[in-house]
Design a protein around this ligand. Sequence first.
Ligand code: MOS
Length: 739
Amino acid sequence: MNDQPTTKWIGQPLDRVDGPAKVTGAATYSADYRGDQQAAIGFIVEATIGSGKVSQIETAEAEAADGVHLVMTHQNAPEQAPFGDNADAGRFGMSHAVLQNDEVRYYGAPVAFIVADTLEQARHAAGLIKVTYQADDSVFDAFEHEDDAFAPDSLDGAEEADVDKGDFDAVFAESAETLDATFHTAAQHAAAMEPHATVAEWDGDKLTVHIAVQILSSARKAFANTLKIDPANVRIVTPFVGGGFGSKLGVHSEGVLAALAARKLQRPVRIAQTRRHVFSNGPHRTNHRQRIRLGASADGKLLSVAHETLGAMSRDYPFAEAAASPTMASYAAEAMKIRHRVVAANIPHVDSMRAPGEAIGTLTYESAIDELAVQCGIDPLEFRLQNEPEQEPASGKEFSTRTLARCLREGAELFGWEKGPVKPGALREGPLLIGRGLAAAIRPNMMQPADAAAELDRDGRLTVELDMTDIGTGTYTILTQIAAETLGLDPNAIAVRLGDTDYPKTCGSGGSFGAGSTGTAVSKACALIRDTIIERAARLDSDWAGVNSGDLRIENGNAVVAGRSLALGAILDAIGGDSFKGKGQVEPGKAHEDLAQYSYGGVFAEVSVNADTGEIRVRRLSGAFDAGRILNEKTARSQLMGGMIFGLGAALMEESLMDMRFGSFMNRDLAEYHIAVNRDVPRLEVKMLDTFDQNSNPLGSKGIGELGICGTGPAIANAVYAATGYRTRKFPIHLEDLL
Ligand code: MOS
C-alpha cells in the first residue's frame, strides 16, 4: 500500500453525470430504442415440462390471430449452431441457440415465439398455441441425486474445486473445540429493475442488437456464434442498463429469438421479457448445501477448516459458484479441506449473481466462525482478529494488501461494539429481543483487459469512447472524473460514450472489475493526450520543456501550466491536425497472478426480534470497507449501501422456490419473490478506508460493487443469535424458524 496521491476530481462525490437524463426519461434503455422502421413485438411461449420433448405443437390458430406476423417454433426456426457450440468463447459467448429441436431442456424454455404488431396481440396468440409433451425422467433436486455429483470444470471464484492443505481429518479430530454444521442457502434471482430486453434490427447481413447486457464483446460473440455470422456484422448497443447483478453478463433467449425473427420478417423485433419470463429465461443462483467443519484450540486458535458445498448446475450450461472461496482467504488454519460439487439438473440456467461464491459463502462461513467463537468463550471480534493470516490461507500467496482486521476494528468503532457480545436474551425492550452481531466481508479483486479512446478538440472538449456499460453503478461519472483528473479538465467539457461495440473493446461490467479496469484504460488514453500536448508545446515554446505533466490543465481551449498558456489550436496548427487523440489499453499484470488480492469489510448489525411473533427487524447496519482508492465518494457509498441491502435480503428475504415435481420456480414475480424494500432497510452507516493499492491498478482502486453483500447477511444472522440464542442453519431466516 502506498500513500494517496492528491487529486482534484478523483474521489469527489460528483453527482451522476447521467442523472438528469435518467430522471427526465431521456436515457434510452434497450427496449426504449426506436429506429426508423416500427418494430414488431415478440412474446415467448414457455415449456410447461422440465425435461422431455415437444411431441406436437399446434400453431394454426395463433398464426391466424389478429396482428400476428410470425409464430416461430422448432419446426420453422432458422438453423443455428447447436447450443453450447464454440465453448471456447466461454459461457457468455458460446452458441445460445433456441428452438433448435423438439427437446425441452428446462421448465420455461421457449417452445414458440410469437411476433405481432402489439404486445396484446402477441400475448393473446400465445394463449392459442397448443403443445403436447412427452416428459422424460428429470433431475430437479440436486440433493436427491448426490451420488451423481461431480467437481465442476467451470467454477466462478476458485481455481480448483478441491483444496487440501495438511491433514484435515487428523487435525480436526485433535481440535479441542469443534463445530460441524450443515447450512442451506436459497436459490435467488437477480430481479433487476429493467427486465432482459432486446430490439434486433437487420440491415442486409448486418445485425444491430439493442440488448440489456453487462458485457458487449461477449454478447457480440454469442450472436455471431449462434447465428453463424461474422462478428464484424454484429453491433451491440446498450447505453443504459437498468441493473444487472450478473443476470446480464450473457445473452438470453429473448435476444436470440428477436434476432431470428427480425431476419425472417425483415423488420425490427422488440421484446421485453415479462417479470415472469425473467424467472425462467433469465439466470438464477442455485440453492446450496454447505457443510462446514471447524476445529480450534481451547484458547480459540483456528486449526482445521472444512467447507464442502453441493449445488445444481443447469444441464449443458457450465457454471458453478465457489461458495468456499471466502473460506480459503479469511482465517489462518493449518489444515484445510475444500470441496465444490455439482449435480447436473434440468433447471433454468444457473449463473453468476451478486458476489458469486462470496455472497453465500460468507453467509455460512461467517456464521460458523461466530458460533465457534462463542463456543470458545471469546468475543467474536477478538476471535477473528486473533486468527488473522500472514498469507492467503489456502494458497500461501502473499496478500497485495491485508486490511481485514483494520476494517473489523473500524467497523466496531463506528457501530460501538466495544462492550462486546451479550448473552442471548439479555437485551430486551418490552417484547423485543435485541441482538448485535458482526461478520467479515471479503471479495476477490480482479482486473480485466480493456481499451479506451479519447479525443480532445481545439476548443478543449474531450470525448471518451469505450464499449463499457453503466449498469446503474456510476460508470459514466467515474470515467468522467478520471478523464478530468488526467487532463486537468472541467467535467462539463467531457462526454463519455459507452455501450456500443463500435467503440474500443472492454471487459464490461462484472466481477466488480469494471471501474478499475476501464478507468485505467481511460486514464492511459488521456495521459497520452496530455503528454502529446506537453511535448508539442515544448517544440513551440522552450518554456514548456520539462514541465510536470501532472500540472497541466486544459482551460478555455488553452493548455495551461504554471504561468504558461498556449492555445490548443496553435499546437494543433503546428502539428497539422484537428484534434488530439489517445488510446489506452490495460491487461491484468503479474501482480494479479502472483498476489492474493481482495477487498475487505467489517459489518455490524443490530436486530430486534419480537419474542411473541418472531418478526425480525434490522435496526442498524454499520460497515467499514476497504476497496482501495475511492473513485467517487457518493457512487462508491451507494454501491456499498446497495450491497448491504442485498445482504439483508439474503439473510431474511430473497428465495426462489422450485416446485420439485416440475422443476419450475413458483414465486416468479416481485410480489412473491421478496426483496428488501425501503421499510426493511434501517439506517446504514458506511465508512470507506480509502486506501491505495498500486498492485491492483495504477488508479489504486479495488472492486467495490459486490463487497457490501459479503458480510452483511451473516452479521444479521449472528445478531439474530445474540437476540434469541437461535443459530440458523438455513437462509433466508424465516420468522417461523424462531418460534
Ligand atoms: Mo457480477 S455477479 O460478476 O455481475
